[in-house]
Structures are given as structure tokens and as C-alpha cells.
Write a protein that binds this ligand. Sequence first.
Ligand code: G6P
Length: 608
Amino acid sequence: MCGIVGYIGPRQASDVLIGGLARLEYRGYDSAGIAILSSAGLDVVRRLGKLVNLSNAVSESPVPGTLGIGHTRWATHGRPSEENAHPHIDCTGRIAVVHNGIIENYLEMREELSATGHILRSETDTETIAHLVEAYYDGDLAAAVSRAIKRLDGSYALGVVHLDHPDVLVAARKDSPLIIGIGEGENVVASDIPAVLEYTREVLVLHDGEVAIVTADGVRVRTLEGADVSDPEMMHVEWDLAAAEKGGYDDFMLKEIFEQPKAIRETLRGRMCNGEIQLSELDMKPEQVAGIDRVFIIACGTSYHAGIVAKTLIEQWARIPVEVQVSSEFRYADPIVDDDTLVVAITQSGETADTLAGVREARERGAKVIAITNVVGSRVTRESDGVIYTHAGPEIGVAATKTFTAQIAALYVLALKLAQAKGTVQQERIEHLWSELSRIPDLVATILEDIDGLRECADEYIGARSSLFLGRGIGVPIAMEGALKLKEISYIHAEAYPAGEMKHGPIALITEEVPVVVVATQGHTYEKVVSNIQEVRARGAQVIAVATHGDEEIRRHAEHVLYIPATTESLSAIPATIPLQLLAYYIAKARGCNVDQPRNLAKSVTVE
Ligand code: G6P
């Protein structure tokens, strides 16, 4: 959601800003703008819609200058429009500000600023920051920014420039990510790593309450009180630009689907040693683990579905009751959580506002919180007691794919660890499950080698307006994830239901026009699922079944069968996901949809 890029150095800033914003496009936005500072003045160019509108405007009327800030805005306060697009400027037109986050007391600030003669021209909360900096400015830009942000409630990542300071960019943050790529004779401020990778892999991670004074030659970090921070956090980015590019695939989403064997393998690497599941991140003595009497999982979107998979596994293997709740509900539900509860927060981005709020709530109630995330150094990693990383590499497609299956892999490890510590599964079985788990990356690779049938199947359903996804047991969250993928990238309505519950409502929707996708892999409820298939077919439905290799019988019950290799029932969640991701992908592509940036969605949802 929203992207920030700032540049100072020898290059033309507009090129760096627009190039950097393009690498953040995946985060979702509806307008874009840049402000460039030069001896000629402060030029602001903003456009509604995609970045190409901004870049065309800049090509037609270039804005020279080597210092600038840029932004892609996902509207919160005020509709998407050119007036509301960032950067925002003060009354004098000498200060420009870009901002990610939300200023909660902006109405109060607007009134105060208007009463003292400031003219605000947009509907945004951000514009108040430009005017506050103007009000506090007395020659020291960083001090004015510090004073301004002390007045703000809410979250922000900021980039600020002032015409009086043609060699300085001021950046600050609270509850919204901001990093500074440290180059040679140039520095790039950004809200996410892909925007700086063209210039450097050395990154300064700004913390809450820190203000950075960025010049071409260096960065000084201060506290809001003006004290120097002598040891700001530095990080070397392990992946390079190639990892953040499409690498020959049509879209990031397809590339990321194909990267799943590697993502799962990397996530499982090193987790078994001499028969012991390795999970030092839990940082608990065996007796403490044995004392866990409840697990609470909080997450949003796709990560929530990984949480439901985990519920089945942890309850089955470790015999600990597990509750799974969407983060936005958890926080306000007065949850029953105490110091014997393990809370697991799953978030690929590590920045989802609702999940972060849930983490704080859980810790306040005394629970130990373990985060599962894909982003090193993200906010959830600072706020939790322990972190299990998924090693999926950067995920650019808005709709999560490889981070989902990597999350499930990490959750398999957690569930096995709990079972081993509690002694609820015999060692021999643990080792058998582990060897089966280690095969999963290869099974996924096998599915990805043979997808022609899947494309043909997808072609038949591109005209559908509505669809139903069914499953039982571990197939329920997989059906939910399949439905979410289809609706978010193809805009076909998709609803998921436990197959046995379908006759209590959704069956009324069944017609020949409503395809029904059924997770019908081998397992203890297989026969029941087949009966449910017969119920929908009797009402004219076309059935697409995800089934296990060797199951020829299922062909009699379904128009299309998408086969996956056989594995233990509880480990089938990952392979069963793959055909559903691809089905959604090919249907969306055939409908001409932008699969990487579906409308209205954002990769990292930093507002509640
Ligand atoms: C957004 C993304 C989804 C993601 C969800 C939760 O809605 O579009 O793909 O599943 O956020 O994100 P998180 O980073 O917390 O996993």
C-alpha cells in the first residue's frame, strides 16, 4: 500500500524515482507523483492512475534535478485524484512531503493550521505534515520535521525536501517501513527494498522515532530530540535485482508459482537434525512447550488460510487445541489468551496493521508470540518474541502464492516440533512424516512440469460469473485459498465451503453455469467428498476435481480432474494448492486481467 522513493546523488532524480516506484507498483496504488528540487525551484508532477501516466507527463515536460521524492498513493483520506496525490506542498511551495501511513489526528491539525492562516488544498491527512513543517521551520529542516511529527498521532514513513536545502532529504518513520539504500555518492530512500536494488544492496533500516538526514555522501540518524544515533541498523540484502524481476515469465505471479519447490525446500532446510526437529526460534525449554495448553493463530487473507491448515496439523499431531482468527477480529474480541497460550502471527509481509495490532494485544495479555514472516527485519519481527522465517525470496505478485506454501511448510515444522516436545507422536512416525515432508518440493515440481491439461480446463471457465469451492478436513482451507485466488485475480465470484455443509445453503446456487471445484484427494473423508460431488452434479454442476494420481474412479464424477502426486493426507495441503493457483492464474489471464496487480488490492496492508 503506497510506495515511497527518494533520491539524492548525481543522477537525474526523476529517472530514479519513476524506476523505483515501478518496482513498488505491486504494493497497489491509484495515483503517483514526484517532486524534484533544482536551482530552478521545486517542481511537482502528479497524475491519477497508473505510473505510466506520470512517466508520460515527465517525458513530455522533463523535470531536471538530482534531488527528489516520489510516491504511489493508495487512497485512504480523500478519493483518488491529482489534487490528493503526493507529494504535497506547504503554502510557500518550498516544502514537499511524501507520506505512507495514516495521521489519526489530522482533522484537529487541519483546523489548527487553517485557523493560523494555512491554506490546505487537498482532502488528505498528509498535507497537514507539509504545513506543520512550514510552521516549525526556522532554518533547520530536520528539527522542523521532528517538531512536526511530535504533533502527529498515527503512523508514517516520510520523505521531506525544502528549497532552502538543495542537498538534503529528510526521512522519518513510525509504524510504517522505511529504508535507505546506501550507494556510492548517492542514497536512495524507499519504503521497500526492490526500489533500491538497482543502486545498492547495503541498506540502513530506519527505526521508529528516528529521523534521517540524507545527503549524497552519507546519512545521519537522529532521535526526535536531536541526539545522534551512533549505530543505526545496517543490513545486507541477500537477494539481488534478478530475484525481484520476472526472469522470462509473463508475470511475477507465474514466476512465483514456479518458485515454490525452492521456497519450500529453503524453508525446510536444516529443520531436522539427528531425529530432532530444530526450531530454536521458539526459545522455550521442553517443559515450557509441554505447558502450552492453547495455540491461537492470527493472520489475514492467504496467511489466514495457512493458519487453518496449521490448526488441523497441531491438533492432530500435538493434541493442543488451536483457535484461528482473522487479526482484525482478534483484537476487538477480548480474546481468551494468557501466559500458557502460544500465539502464532502469520504474515508474509510482516507489516499488516491488523496482525501487528493483534500481536501487541496478545503480548499485553501475557502470551508468547511467534511470528511467521517472509520479510527480514519487518515490523512483526521486532514486535514478537520469536520469528520463524519462510525463505521464499521476494514475492512481488499481490496475490500470495509461494509465501503461502512456504508458510505451510514452516507450520508443518512447528506442528512437528510441538508434537515431539509433547510426546504425542512416536519418534518413528515423526521421522516418517519428516521424510514425506522432504519430498514435497519434488512433488510440487512434478505438478508444475505438466500443466497443459490445466490450461485447457481453465479455458472452459473463463465465462463463469460465479463458482463454488469445496473440501473436507485439510481440504477446506485449500478450497478457501483456491476461491480467494480466483476471486482476487479474475474477479469471478468464488465461495468456499466445507463440502458437507454445502447442502445447507450454497446448493441453492448450483446451476450448470456455476463450476464447482472440489478438493478430492485421498484421505479419510474421500468417500464423503465423492458423495458431495454427486449431490452437485445431480443439480447440473460442472465439477473440477483435484485428485490423487491413480484415482481413476474420480473421472466418472468430474468433468475435469487435476491430478497431484500421492502423499500422506496431512501433507497434501501444499500439493493440492498448486493446481488451484494455476487454475486461477490461467482463467484470469484468459480474461485479460492484470494478475500481478489486481484492482483495489495491495501487497502489504498497513491500515486497519
Ligand atoms: C493482502 C494481500 C494478500 C495477503 C494479505 C495478508 O490482502 O493482497 O495476498 O494474504 O494481505 O498479508 P500478510 O502480509 O499479513 O500475509
